[in-house]
Design a protein around this ligand. Structure first.
Ligand SMILES: NC(=O)c1ccc[n+]([C@@H]2O[C@H](COP(=O)([O-])OP(=O)(O)OC[C@H]3O[C@@H](n4cnc5c(N)ncnc54)[C@H](O)[C@@H]3O)[C@@H](O)[C@H]2O)c1
Length: 290
């Protein structure tokens, strides 16, 4: 049986998530265009995709032939218009700011095919609000990937108020093509994943502030006591403290629940540029930063 044709995928934003999404899509047989507003970030993102293939080969998860074929399908596009032209799926992975994502969607629409899926990788923002800038809102939805994208099985599909059944069906097919397991969640703040996950992360930071235990021991409590693969502080480092802060601020403002109020320690660390793994310092020191 032959597999269905793969859509051409445009990924906007080549940071932590964008390069990972580009990697899994290229590996799955999609033609991929990756772009970023910052040329240095685009160059770095392309290098990180290459590094991901090297790691996959080392781990026996990919052959040199597959790497060569996948990289031949991947191009660095000079801007949004070039990236989305002829694309079947556009995925934005720019910073967690509603104004930025709305403006980007509006800039994408005139250049993308009329039936292309327009997806946001937002962790918490309203898909309906991001899509409000579009003429055709039925094809907009959330495709929430997890970090690191190659390893994490989940794809959270977020259905905005106007998202069509057809768009959700195509998103499910895309998840299957990437080897991901989809869940479908109504457009509510933080969806299913961030709304639950952030509670644990913020409470762990408050416990650290209160001197309940060291970062290592708070993480070990969840790793060994609850079988979480990674403790909440280490996970916050991997996600990025700035990313977590933006999510917490949004959830606090929209759910009106003090549980989501960002702790002072999180704000202080972000202000100092201690953003976690990507800067080499968060709750831990990271030697092998990307
Ligand atoms: N980091 C995570 O663990 C994680 C997990 C799931 C979802 N997300 C979500 O994914 C999105 C991206 O997060 P990230 O961690 O990859 O951020 P990041 O800061 O690593 O990367 C964002 C990239 O977007 C680029 N950018 C900024 N404005 C742009 C524009 N107008 N056009 C094109 N590129 C632009 C930046 O130069 C940067 O390279 C956010 O919405 C975040 O909430 C993050």
């Amino acid at each position: 049986m032959t597999s269905p044709p793969r859509p051409t995928v445009a990924v906007i934003g080549a940071g932590t998530m964008g390069h990972g999404i580009a990697y899994v899509a290229a590996l799955a047989g999609c033609a991929v265009r990756l772009t970023d507003a910052d040329p240095a970030q685009l160059e770095r993102g392309m290098a990180l995709v290459e590094r991901a293939f090297a790691t996959a080969i080392e781990r026996g998860k990919c052959t040199p032939e597959t790497r060569a074929a996948s990289l031949a399908r991947l191009t660095a596009a000079p801007g949004v218009a070039a990236a989305v032209e002829g694309a079947g799926i556009v995925i934005e992975a720019v910073p967690e700011r509603l104004d930025l994502k709305r403006r980007l969607f509006a800039a994408i629409e005139p250049h993308a095919p009329g039936d292309a899926l327009l997806a946001s990788n937002t962790s918490s923002l309203s898909i309906t609000a991001i899509a409000s800038a579009l003429e055709r809102r039925d094809r907009a939805l959330g495709l929430h990937f997890f970090n690191p994208v190659p390893a994490m099985k989940l794809l959270e599909i977020v259905r905005g108020d106007e998202t069509s059944d057809d768009a959700v069906g195509r998103a499910r097919a895309f998840a299957a093509a990437l080897g991901k397991e989809p869940i479908v969640v109504r457009d509510t703040p933080g969806f299913a994943t961030s709304r639950l996950g952030v509670v644990l992360g913020l409470e762990a930071i408050r416990m650290l502030e209160q001197g309940v235990a060291s970062a290592e021991d708070i993480d070990r409590a969840m790793e060994l006591g609850y079988n979480h693969p990674m403790g909440p502080l280490r996970l916050t480092d991997v996600v990025g403290l700035d990313v977590r802060l933006a999510i917490a601020e949004h959830l606090h403002a929209t759910l009106h629940d003090a549980t989501y109020a960002p702790p002072a320690l999180l704000r202080e660390k972000v202000a100092r540029g201690e953003l976690g793994k990507k800067t080499g310092q968060g709750f831990y020191r990271w030697e092998n930063r990307p």
